[in-house]
Design a protein around this ligand. Sequence first.
Ligand code: SF4
Length: 158
Amino acid sequence: MGALRDRFWERPLADLTTEEWEALCDGCGRCCLHKVEYEDTGEIEHTNVACTLLDPQTAQCTDYKHRKSFVPDCLRLTLRIVEDVTWLPATCAYRRRADGQPLPRWHYLLSGDRKGVVRAGVSVAGRVVREDEAGPLEHHVVDWGDGDGPDDDEGGAT
Ligand code: SF4
């Protein structure tokens, strides 16, 4: 964490270094789930089907460094993408900071606890099915809710 500036998460996203940008992720795993997009309406629905590289029990990518080699369409979040996509959860640190909101209290950068995201009910760990066992994505549409953490509304970046 030596390369990270003090309370860097309070800075504008555009001002973050690559290391700080990466460190902002709470590891919830929600952006690593397949989505269903309807061609006629453009509507996007969420599923509980994990990307092939996501460990279903931990919700962590099993090969983050080389993920693009295995999953070419894996989205590398950038500021522009964060501002453009509608499907990042309300709890996502990138989305919150892009909207000028503080991190939720349970975020590990505030709490020092990497498991906070699990306790807050935001992590998908243990709540997803593997891609190779799922069958049609349309059978796995779920509503993950938006802003699940008990402290989410309070923000807490103080
Ligand atoms: S939704 Fe946001 S916080 Fe959660 S894993 Fe994806 S980038 Fe990280």
